[in-house]
Design a protein. Structure first.
Length: 546
């Protein structure tokens, strides 16, 4: 039996094209119920399989048993149906057989479940053809299934616009993840809206749980009072204590929270508590309602409770300037900016490498288009990559996978033909909802000036000299501090970002916003109207009329 199992493991590794696959576990329970298949739980290795789901179930036909019992195809198919009945429908199942007579794909390629088939014609375990992951027989079976039903690929898109992501859909932010997971420090994650704070926290939470640590993720963005925050914390940590408190009509205050935290931190195991968008609650509360933060601070100082919370960057900066508020000296500040150039490359290219044979020249050309026309904001990149991924994998239409083409040209084509359709929601949220006409004016004006001088938008710099010149032109003068405040405000909304982490040098982070606005409204008319509206807020930024 042991020898036959080793033979099926050899077939498994050939299917994935990885000799050194280590995250393989024989599912003894499922295997014992099957007559002809050994069932394995497989975790695909990183970074070789970045951009595709990591957890799969492989059912590999045990040829030793099949030969001994001289079974026919109908018996194998019946066994597969029985096996699938016992496996959760949420699992991704790969059926592997090197039996030339099996042809499982004929039976299961049309299944509504996430079932993929690998037959003898697609690989030979004896040849041990271990190649690049994207050329593995396993991914070949996935491609064939996509060709049979292109819309099936939607379930495997690594991009999810407007939704927080984690696991195999999470890219970048390695430094921040390592800081949260690898230390016991408290962190306040601050950043612009839609820059990825929630995704970062969810991924850190997932990795902590995966490592065996105790971790809780609490979404408090819809809470309006301190009591509601405590209620959500109890709901995640101790539902029984929450139910008891409600039953006895107790106020969800410091005492109840203290008891739960005391029990939670009584052991030796590290505990991390994530509080997403806590800044929304604090901003609307008086100092009298901040006491629960004192309770969190108290238990975090024991060294067994780590607190990681997030808030919108503008509110946190205001607290720092006023030297007041409950978050001052509460934790280390982690400012989350837009993606770096390296993170953009990873985000755009990693998933595509499995579906297209990319040369270094093609990769460089595609990233160049993305940087120049889309920018580095994760929210905009999600929308672009979602649309682009389905275009180049053939799921934008019922056609099969497209032939090799210039990806950079396809990116240009998408951004020209579907700019409004793809990015209306994203641009509305990132730009048109900004309440400051001055910030909108400065961003659009800088982009237009760059376009007139034929500069690349993603390389154009905001600096004090340009600010002073443009503000003087529309009739205002400011101080060094007011110019600094304006640059910081532009970064708060992720319209620009620090160049090489130098806060006094900002470059445009979202050129796509300008291209969109340019396509939808007359730029000169909009700039004129915004310049007139600057008088409504010039004092806010310390500007004086000339």
């Amino acid at each position: 039996m042991e020898g036959s199992t080793k033979a099926t493991e050899k077939i498994l590794r050939a299917a994935i094209a990885n000799r050194n696959l280590t995250s393989v576990e024989l599912d003894s329970k499922a295997t014992s119920k099957s007559k002809y298949f050994d069932v394995y739980k497989v975790e695909l290795p990183l970074p070789d399989f970045s951009g595709v789901p990591r957890d799969w179930v492989f059912a590999v036909q045990n040829r030793a048993i099949s030969r001994r019992e001289k079974i026919d195809r109908e018996s194998v198919v019946a066994d597969v149906f029985s096996l699938l009945h016992d496996i959760s429908k949420d699992e991704r199942v790969v059926l592997v057989s090197d039996d030339p007579a099996a042809h499982l794909g004929d039976e299961f390629d049309s299944s509504k479940r996430d079932v993929f088939c690998l037959d003898a014609l697609e690989f030979s375990a004896k040849e041990e053809r271990f190649v690049q992951p994207r050329l593995s027989p396993f991914l070949g079976s996935v491609r064939r299934r996509v060709q049979f039903s292109p819309m099936f690929m939607l379930l495997y898109s690594p991009y999810q616009p407007a939704k927080p992501v984690s696991g195999w859909r999470f890219f970048g932010r390695r430094k921040q993840i390592d800081q949260i997971v690898g230390t016991e420090q408290n962190y306040v994650i601050v950043g612009a809206r839609r820059v990825g704070k929630t995704s970062l926290m969810r991924e850190a939470h997932r990795r902590l749980q995966e490592s065996g640590a105790q971790s809780y993720f609490v979404d408090v963005q819809n809470c309006s009072t301190a009591g509601e925050v405590v209620r959500e914390i109890l709901h995640q940590i101790s539902p029984r204590e929450l139910a008891r408190s409600i039953k006895h009509h107790e106020i969800l205050g410091d005492t109840v929270l203290s008891n739960v935290l005391r029990q939670m931190t009584s052991g030796q195991k590290r505990t991390t508590l994530f509080l997403d968008e806590l800044g929304n609650v604090i901003r609307n509360q008086s100092k009298e309602n901040w006491s629960f933060l004192g309770v969190l601070r108290k238990f975090s100082q024991t060294g067994r409770l780590q607190i990681v919370l997030s808030c919108f960057q503008e509110y946190f900066i205001r607290q720092q300037q006023e030297f007041a508020g409950p978050l001052i000296n509460f934790a280390n500040t982690m400012r989350l900016r837009v993606f770096t150039h390296q993170e953009v490359e990873e985000f755009v290219l990693s998933p595509l490498r499995f579906w297209r044979n990319l040369t270094e020249k093609e990769e460089a050309a595609l990233v160049n288009v993305v940087m120049q026309r889309v920018g580095t904001h994760p929210f905009l990149l999600q929308y672009f990559c979602f649309a682009f991924f389905h275009r180049v994998t053939g799921t934008e239409s019922p056609s099969a996978l497209p032939k090799k083409a210039d990806l950079a040209q396809q990116a240009h084509s998408l951004l020209n033909a579907k700019l409004i359709e793809c990015f209306e929601t994203a641009v509305d949220e990132l730009f048109f909802r900004i309440s400051s006409p001055l910030l909108q004016y400065l961003f659009l004006r800088r982009c237009k000036d760059a376009e007139v001088s034929k500069e690349r938008l993603d390389q154009v710099e905001f600096n004090y000299t340009w600010l002073q010149s443009v503000l003087t032109e529309i009739g205002y003068v400011g101080t060094f501090q007011s110019y600094r405040t304006l640059l910081e405000a532009l970064e708060i909304h992720s319209l620009c970002t620090a160049s090489n982490d130098q806060d006094n040098r900002m470059i445009i982070a979202a050129p796509l916003v300008y291209h969109y606005v340019q396509r939808t409204v007359p730029i000169d008319m909009m700039l004129k109207k915004l310049a007139e509206d600057v008088r409504k807020e010039n004092e806010l930024y310390g500007l004086s009329p000339i």
